[in-house]
Design a protein around this ligand. Structure first.
Ligand SMILES: *[C@@H]1O[C@H](CO)[C@@H](O)[C@H](O)[C@H]1NC(C)=O
Ligand SMILES: *[C@@H]1O[C@H](CO)[C@@H](O)[C@H](O)[C@H]1NC(C)=O
Ligand SMILES: *[C@@H]1O[C@H](CO)[C@@H](O)[C@H](O)[C@H]1NC(C)=O
Ligand SMILES: *[C@@H]1O[C@H](CO)[C@@H](O)[C@H](O)[C@H]1NC(C)=O
Ligand SMILES: *[C@@H]1O[C@H](CO)[C@@H](O)[C@H](O)[C@H]1NC(C)=O
Ligand SMILES: *[C@@H]1O[C@H](CO)[C@@H](O)[C@H](O)[C@H]1NC(C)=O
Length: 668
């Protein structure tokens, strides 16, 4: 029995011989590890992939057996002691070149391998916000982090190494670096792979962590070397392994290529040539200088492209105002919509100076020159052939005469057409004639008529092309500050008629001014302009509209009647009183009748008319007419060839126009 007891005693009092254990993996075999979460072994070389580059995932891999890490010291007072351990592994982090890599990778010592309630991201799939740093976790973490630390914690730098007990606040942390003569900082994300060594001395409680890029020798000086009491964290049996996670927007792939481990011994060194090849880095994260140059050039050109894109966007936004077709580019009379928009203060109502059948007229001041203009806005303009239209406008824009409302230019905006004219301050002739409180005196009226005649003459005969006005009427004549006439809207009527399906059926003009042949043929001519001018002559003398709104009164009939009764001066505007030149008034009235003859051929040309108006030529001798007996008397003048029939025809046509007549009104 004694030897037996002795044996027992010997066993009891001998120092407990240290348990020694080690393993070494160059690449992994499925059966070596317990995999949790999203981790997996990538065939064929056995790279351990803890996370892919996918947001919000985590993965763990632990050596498949737990390891006894606490040993009891011998008597007299048995004290638990953490065994020394040593490990060495190679990891690789592949981040997107965008810089949105994360979250981190950690060497993990834990009492279990499964963490169902843990969170990813910063918590590495090991902890959650409520149990972080709770001593009941019993987890030791050595983190190799590439993202700034959590909240206000110590590890506020990205690219750092830290030792954590029971949570994500580090007991000690250091920016990633290694000793190679001097202290070399390096980016763990940029390195193809990183070797890490962790050593813990159970006697001195010194915790060493050392890192270096794969291929470098193990640095002699650890990055972290500190006394850390890990006793409280350790349980008797612990699992050793790795954890990694990605975050909401930061996601790197985390890989382990090889791992060796030893308890109570030195971890066997890894043979680099036996390791799986590090996974390829994302293009652009290489640190070769040439690559940096290429990346620099690429990012510079990207920047330039972005700037261009921005410019194009701004230009397009500007051009939303200004959608130009190519043919519009080289029209000298084209205004930019922007300018007109500014000029008219955005076409606000307070700038509105008139509304006509086709649109509104706004007063404006051009921002570039400060000149006053009238902008006529024709909404939903009927023109289909904008191009032909523009050509026409371009040519009209070249017309310049002191008795025209000169067209300065135009602008097309979406379906609207904007015409820019000289601004003429005193409004239209008809408004002055019908104004109850203001009377134009005879000299002014005569001057106005001469001016209109000069303008029409210019259009008909003096410009390079014959321009038929088509809508001569008092509301189209604008009066300036010196009571000079400016004929407006010339040539436009034709543009409108362009759009009509059949040219022959279209009649453009205004009731009361339309020559009889126009209603039959629809074909405007210089003599139909002369007819309208004739009506205007009568209107200015009489101060009455050519057709009363009731349709009962026809100015032409009335003048003719009075003419035939020998009392032509009866028609003179009562507002003139008797202050007028009888000779001139008579001339104008007779000219009015002469111009409104039924047969177009009998009407004088504008050139001839101008001579009559200036008393350069006497009115045609009545001898030429059938009623040669009553030469040159006002009454005989009233029976000129075709006049009465023309009158009947025109009065009929007036009453039958109704719908077919387009009236172009001007508000200028
Ligand atoms: C993995 O390891 C087990 C034993 O640890 C071995 O039987 C198996 O052949 C290995 N498989 C591979 C693919 O190496
Ligand atoms: C955190 O994890 C613990 C277990 O480790 C669990 O009891 C707790 O409910 C979890 N809290 C949250 C907020 O998930
Ligand atoms: C730590 O966790 C335990 C069990 O999960 C819990 O009872 C305790 O209240 C926690 N302590 C703190 C400080 O949160
Ligand atoms: C780090 O560990 C030492 C020793 O265990 C302890 O005194 C200290 O409070 C710890 N510091 C932190 C920040 O956990
Ligand atoms: C830890 O590093 C120190 C030097 O900084 C060294 O003296 C010590 O031996 C190392 N400990 C282990 C277990 O390698
Ligand atoms: C590493 O592995 C290669 C290939 O098996 C072998 O030739 C070499 O001797 C090994 N090196 C060391 C230091 O063991």
């Amino acid at each position: 029995m004694a030897p037996k007891i002795l044996c027992l005693l010997i066993v009891l009092f001998l120092p407990v011989s240290s348990f020694a254990f080690s393993f070494q993996f160059h690449g992994f075999n499925q059966s070596d590890l317990t995999l949790e979460g999203d981790s997996k072994i990538v065939k064929p070389k056995g790279t351990l992939e803890l996370t892919k580059r996918v947001n919000n995932i985590f993965g763990h891999a632990f050596y498949n057996k737990h390891i006894k890490i606490i040993e009891k010291t011998n008597a007299p007072s048995p004290q638990p002691k953490v065994s020394s351990f040593s490990t060495c592994f190679v990891f690789s982090i592949v981040s997107p070149s965008s810089g949105l890599g994360g979250f981190g990778l950690a060497f993990t010592v834990a009492p279990k391998t499964h963490f169902p309630e843990a969170e990813g991201g910063h918590f590495l799939g090991l902890f959650n916000s409520s149990n972080d740093m709770n001593a009941s976790n019993h987890i030791l973490v050595v983190e190799f982090d590439t993202v700034n630390g959590y909240k206000g914690n110590v590890d506020t730098k990205g690219n750092h190494v830290g030792v954590n007990l029971n949570g994500m606040s580090s007991n000690v942390t250091q920016p990633a670096a290694y000793e190679k003569g001097t202290n070399e900082d390096f980016n763990m994300e940029d390195a193809d792979a990183v070797c890490a060594w962790i050593e813990y001395d159970g006697e001195t409680e010194i915790f060493n962590v050392t890192i270096a890029p794969l291929g470098e020798l193990k640095p002699s000086k650890p990055l972290i070397s500190k006394v850390i009491d890990i006793k409280s964290v350790m349980r008797e049996n612990m699992y050793f392994g790795f954890s990694a996670s990605t975050g909401q927007r930061k996601a790197s792939s985390h890989y382990i290529l090889g791992w060796s481990f030893a308890v109570n011994g030195v971890a066997p060194p890894l043979n680099v040539s036996l390791l799986p090849k590090p996974p390829p880095k994302e293009k652009g994260s290489s640190s070769s200088p040439w690559f940096k140059v290429v990346v620099g050039i690429l990012s510079a050109s990207t920047f330039i492209l972005l700037c261009l894109l921005l410019l194009v966007t701004l230009y397009k936004r500007y051009m939303r105002f200004e959608t130009l077709e190519d043919w519009e580019m080289d029209c000298p009379h084209r205004f930019s919509y922007r300018d007109l928009h500014i000029a008219t203060k955005g076409f606000i109502d307070s700038q509105l100076i008139g509304v006509g059948g086709f649109g509104s007229v706004y007063k404006g001041v051009l921002p570039s020159t400060g000149t006053e203009v009238a902008v006529k806005k024709i909404m939903r303009s009927p023109m289909n052939g904008m191009r032909e239209f523009a050509a026409e406008i371009e040519s009209l824009g070249r017309l310049r005469h002191k008795n025209l409302v000169n067209l300065q230019g135009w602008c097309k905006h979406k379906n609207d057409l904007l015409l820019v004219y000289d601004y003429i301050p005193n409004g239209s002739l008809d408004s002055l004639l019908l104004n109850k409180t203001f009377a134009l005196d005879w000299d002014q009226r005569f001057n106005i008529l001469k001016g209109v005649a000069a303008g029409l003459l210019y259009l008909h005969e003096e410009w390079e092309k014959v321009v038929i006005h088509r809508d001569v009427k008092s509301s189209n004549i604008l009066i300036d500050g010196d009571f000079n006439a400016h004929l407006g809207d010339f040539g436009l009527a034709r543009l409108y008629s362009h759009d009509q399906v059949s040219h022959t059926t279209s009649v453009v003009g205004t009731i009361g001014y339309i020559a009889p042949e126009l209603t039959r043929t629809g074909k405007a001519s210089t003599s139909s302009d002369v007819y309208a001018f004739g009506v205007l002559l009568l209107e200015v003398v009489a101060g009455r509209r050519p057709v009363h709104s009731s349709g009962q009164f026809l100015l032409l009939d009335w003048v003719l009647e009075n003419c035939q009764l020998g009392q032509i001066l009866e028609v003179v505007d009562p507002k003139l009183g008797s202050v007028y030149d009888e000779e001139q008034v008579e001339l104008v009235l007779k000219l009015g009748l002469l111009c409104t003859q039924h047969k177009a051929d009998y009407r004088p040309s504008m050139k001839q008319l101008t001579r009559y108006l200036n008393f350069d030529d006497p009115l045609p001798g009545i001898s030429e007419s059938r009623h040669s007996a009553s030469q040159s008397s006002p009454t005989s003048f009233c029976f000129l060839e075709g006049m009465s029939t023309g009158l009947i025809a025109s009065s009929q046509s007036v009453s039958s126009f109704g719908r077919s007549t387009m009236s172009i009104e001007t508000g200028i």
